[in-house]
Design a protein around this ligand. Structure first.
Ligand SMILES: Cc1ncc(COP(=O)(O)O)c(C=O)c1O
Length: 451
C-alpha cells in the first residue's frame, strides 16, 4: 500500500481491511505482460502492427465505408484496450468513492487511485508528493496562476510567455495581469525557422518572476530548447512553468532532473482518458502555494468560524477525485512504459518529416514548421492558398482522414504566421508510413480536383 494523505478527517485512510478483496493492481493493472518484441518494421524498431492491435478504434470504418486514418493525435490520442479495460473494470467491479468510507469497495478504489498516482509520478521521474491531479493541462496552469502566482506575485512582477503558447498558457496570465497589474512579456518566434527567438528570450527573462513556455508547440511540432530556457530563467531568479501537454506523449519527461518548477500535463494526449492530468510541482514551490478550489477533501477541520487545510498535494485536490480517470491514466503510463520513447520519437519523426516534404511539393500548399528538424515531432501544419482549411478538412474526412482545422487555440501564433488557421496532421505511436502515403495521395487528388 503506497503512503498517501487522506481526505476529510474520519475518512478511510486507505488501509486495507479485507485481505481477500480484489487486488486491483494484480487483476487489472499488471500490464508488464504486454511485450513488444523488436524487429524492423518500416524503418523502426517498434512492432507497429502489435501496437495497433491494442487500439480497437483503429479498425473503424467511417459511415461512408472508408477506413479511418486518425491524424488528430495532438488534439487527443486514441486509447489502448488496457486503458478501456482498467476503467470499465473499476466501474464494473469496485466503483466506489475514494478516501472516505470504510468498506471493501472504498478501500479498493482508494488503493487503485493511489497506485495510479505512484505509477504516474514514477513515469514522470518524481515522487507522488510532488504531483497534483488536475482535470488536464489547462487546470494545471490555472492552478499555478491561482495557487502560486496570486500568493507570490504582485504589481509589476513580470511573467514571460512566448508567442507560440496555447491559449491555456496565455489567458490565465492575462487575467492575472488585469487583476494584479503584473507585466506579461511575449517572446516572439522567428517566422523563418519557426523557432523561439532565444536572444529575445534572454532579454525578456531579465527581472522576471515566472517563465511559462510550451515544451512542444501544438501547431509547429517544434520542441523548445527547454534545458537552455531553464538555465536562463533560473539565472534570472524566475521559476519555470512548462506546458508539456504535447511534450509528454512524445518524450519521457523526467521532472526531478529537469530542474523545472511546474509541469502541466494532460492524460488524454498520451493514451489516457479525458478529464485528468496533473501538475508536477517542486516541493519548495508547493510550500509557497495557497488553496485554489476549496471544499471537501482538501480540509483538515471546518467549523462555523473557519477551516484549516491539508498539507501538500491534498490541499489542491478538492471534492470527489477523478477515480476512473486516474486508474485509466495509470494503465496508460504502464503501457507506454513498455516502449523506448526515443524509438517512438524517431518513428513519428520519420512519418512527419516525410509527409511534410511530400505535401510541401503539392501546388498551393505551404507547411508551417520544419518537421525535418530532429527536435520537431508529431505535428504537420499546412494551408492551401485557395481551398479553405474547413473545406479541405471535410474533403480529407471524405477519404477517411481525421485532421484538425482552425487556430488550434494558438491565435497569437496564427497572427505571427499571418494566417487565420491551418490544417494539422498529427501523428502518434500507432500511425504508419502507409497511412501517410495514402494521405498524401488523397491530398494530391483533392487539390487537383478543387484548385
Ligand atoms: C500545448 C497545449 N497546451 C495546453 C493544452 C490544453 O490541454 P487540455 O485541453 O487537455 O487541458 C493543449 C491542448 O491541445 C495543448 O496542445
Amino acid at each position: 500500500m503506497p503512503p498517501f494523505r487522506g481526505g476529510d478527517p474520519g475518512s478511510n485512510p486507505g488501509t486495507s481491511t479485507n485481505k481477500s478483496s480484489l487486488n486491483p493492481k494484480e487483476s487489472i493493472h499488471d500490464l508488464k505482460s504486454y511485450h513488444y518484441p523488436g524487429g524492423f518494421v518500416g524503418g523502426t524498431v517498434l512492432d507497429i502492427e502489435a501496437i495497433r492491435s491494442d487500439f480497437p478504434i483503429l479498425d473503424r470504418r467511417l459511415p461512408n465505408g472508408k477506413q479511418l486514418v486518425y491524424f488528430d493525435n495532438a488534439a487527443t490520442s486514441q486509447k489502448p484496450q488496457c486503458v478501456i479495460d482498467a476503467m470499465s473494470d473499476y466501474y464494473r467491479e469496485y466503483n466506489s468513492n475514494a478516501h472516505r468510507a470504510n468498506h471493501t469497495l472504498a478501500d479498493e478504489a482508494t488503493t487503485a487511485l493511489e497506485e495510479a498516482r505512484s505509477a504516474i509520478a514514477t513515469y514522470f521521474g518524481t515522487s507522488p508528493d510532488q504531483m497534483i491531479y488536475t482535470s488536464g493541462a489547462t487546470e494545471a496552469i490555472n492552478l499555478v496562476s491561482y495557487g502560486w502566482a496570486r500568493e507570490n506575485l504582485s504589481k509589476d512582477d513580470v511573467v514571460v510567455l512566448t508567442e507560440m503558447e496555447h491559449h491555456a498558457d496565455i489567458v490565465p496570465w492575462q487575467q492575472l495581469s488585469k487583476e494584479k497589474g503584473i507585466e506579461v512579456r511575449y517572446v516572439p518566434i522567428d517566422t523563418e525557422s519557426f523557432t523561439l527567438d532565444m536572444q529575445a528570450f534572454e532579454i525578456a527573462s531579465q527581472g522576471a518572476s515566472l517563465v511559462c513556455v510550451v515544451h512542444t508547440s501544438n501547431v509547429l511540432g517544434i520542441r523548445n530548447p527547454i534545458e537552455r530556457i531553464v538555465e536562463i530563467a533560473h539565472s534570472s531568479g524566475a521559476r519555470v512553468l512548462l506546458d508539456c501537454a504535447q511534450g509528454a506523449p512524445h518524450e519521457r519527461i523526467n521532472f526531478d532532473s529537469s530542474g523545472v518548477d511546474f509541469v502541466a500535463i494532460s492524460a488524454h494526449k498520451m493514451g489516457g482518458p479525458t478529464g485528468i492530468g496533473c501538475l508536477l510541482v517542486k516541493r519548495d514551490a508547493m510550500d509557497q502555494m495557497g488553496p485554489f478550489m476549496t471544499g471537501g477533501s482538501m480540509i483538515k477541520t471546518v467549523t462555523t468560524d473557519g477551516s484549516t487545510f491539508q498539507d501538500g498535494h491534498a490541499m489542491f485536490e478538492t471534492g470527489t477525485p477523478r477515480i476512473a480517470e486516474a486508474i485509466g491514466w495509470g494503465a496508460a503510463v504502464r503501457w507506454l512504459d513498455c516502449f523506448d520513447m526515443q524509438e517512438v520519437h524517431s518513428h513519428i519523426h520519420d512519418i512527419a518529416s516525410w509527409t511534410a516534404e511530400k505535401i510541401s511539393q503539392i501546388d498551393g500548399i505551404t507547411v508551417y514548421g520544419d518537421p525535418s528538424r530532429n527536435d520537431s515531432s508529431g505535428a504537420v501544419s499546412f494551408l492551401h492558398d485557395t481551398i479553405q482549411s474547413q473545406d479541405l478538412a471535410l474533403l480529407l474526412d471524405e477519404g477517411g482522414f481525421a485532421v484538425r482545422t482552425g487556430h488550434h487555440c494558438a491565435q497569437p501564433l496564427m497572427d505571427a504566421l499571418g494566417v487565420p488557421s491551418t490544417n494539422r496532421a498529427s501523428f502518434w505511436i500507432y500511425n504508419t508510413m502507409e497511412e501517410a502515403q495514402s494521405f498524401v495521395r488523397h491530398l494530391e487528388s483533392v487539390v487537383a480536383r478543387f484548385s
